[in-house]
Design a protein around this ligand. Structure first.
Ligand SMILES: [Zn+2]
Ligand SMILES: [Zn+2]
Length: 312
């Protein structure tokens, strides 16, 4: 139903103004109209940033901007919050992994959004980083797609952020992503990764990473973009079907439907464990990669180990 239309008798109304609602939110349970949904999401992102002190005066924030829905919402929300901050600037960074039939469309969409928002935009590619695109690197090892891609994307992003003079890297991870990660790390028995706090990457050698949308559900982000006609209708990455995350994602979303609050509870459990665990006792101390000098926990960093296994 469109705003302004008459609702059938007995229909739900926005909990704040009586307009027709576009979404039912959980935690707390309420209905919101388009205008109040937009205001609610922007206020919650602003609160996350304020309470966790994610942005400081004079920050230059590199936004990991794939052109997909989460990073599009992140860029729009940060650009709207920007005027309230003291001397903070944004630069959007898009990593072109080189995935045929997928990345070209999203890069075009990314360029259109940054142009409209008047934000600096940098594009970097896996080919620049390791000399080959992801499709070529993955021949015969498709099931490792997400881990190979993740390692290289992280490196490409850090490098581009460093070159752009960034002091923070912002990513569009949402509540669903966070809950999926908790469950995946648990299923893998990866305790060090499970208890790595969201700001654990903020070691001196790294540019700190921030997740301003970590408390916002994926469906709320989709609705936020949809009601503003900003939802990017783009193909899904063809490699995701190989990933454990795809299974965890569908399982968790069906659990969340039947038992609202499941995802928040998972994240809460993780935070409780995090506080109890002595992280230095379970993870290796950081040192410098013997090959490239980047900070890592073993002798060589993940990128150098990957390069070696790829014969690069
Ligand atoms: Zn309303
Ligand atoms: Zn290295």
């Amino acid at each position: 139903m469109k705003p302004g239309e008459d609702a059938p008798a007995g229909a739900e109304r926005c909990s704040l103004c009586g307009e027709l609602p576009v979404i039912r939110m959980s935690g707390p349970d309420r209905h919101l109209c388009a205008a109040h949904l937009i205001a609610d999401l922007e206020e919650r992102a602003a609160r996350t940033i304020r309470e966790r002190e994610l942005v400081r005066p004079h920050d230059r924030i590199a936004v990991a901007f794939s052109g997909g829905k989460d990073s599009t919402a992140l860029l729009i929300i940060l650009s709207r919050l920007l005027p309230a901050w003291d001397d903070v600037s944004l630069v959007a960074i898009t990593v072109d992994e080189g995935i045929a039939g997928y990345r070209d469309d999203t890069i075009r969409a990314a360029e259109a959004v940054t142009k409209k928002l008047d934000i600096d935009h940098v594009c970097v590619s896996f080919t620049d980083l390791v000399g080959d695109d992801l499709d070529t690197l993955l021949v015969g090892r498709e099931t490792q797609a997400c881990s190979v891609c993740g390692i290289l994307r992280r490196k490409a992003l850090s490098q581009a952020a460093h070159n752009a003079g960034a002091t923070k890297i912002a990513t569009g991870h949402n509540l669903d992503d966070e809950a999926q990660s908790v469950l995946m790390n648990t299923l893998r028995g990866d305790l060090p990764r499970l208890v790595r706090t969201s700001d654990a990457d903020s070691h001196d050698c790294f540019i700190p990473r921030i997740k301003p949308l970590a408390d916002i559900a994926e469906k709320e982000i989709a609705a936020y973009l949809f009601v503003q006609d900003l939802f990017p209708f783009l193909p899904e990455c063809p490699y995701t079907r190989h990933a454990l995350r795809a299974e965890v994602r569908s399982m968790l979303s069906s659990l969340e439907q039947k038992h609202p609050g499941t995802m928040r509870n998972l994240i809460r459990s993780k935070r409780t464990i995090e506080k109890q665990v002595d992280r230095s006792a379970i993870s290796e101390p950081l040192r410098c990669c013997l090959q490239c000098g980047d900070p890592c926990s073993g002798e060589f960093c993940q990128v150098c180990m990957l390069r070696k296994s790829l014969g690069k």
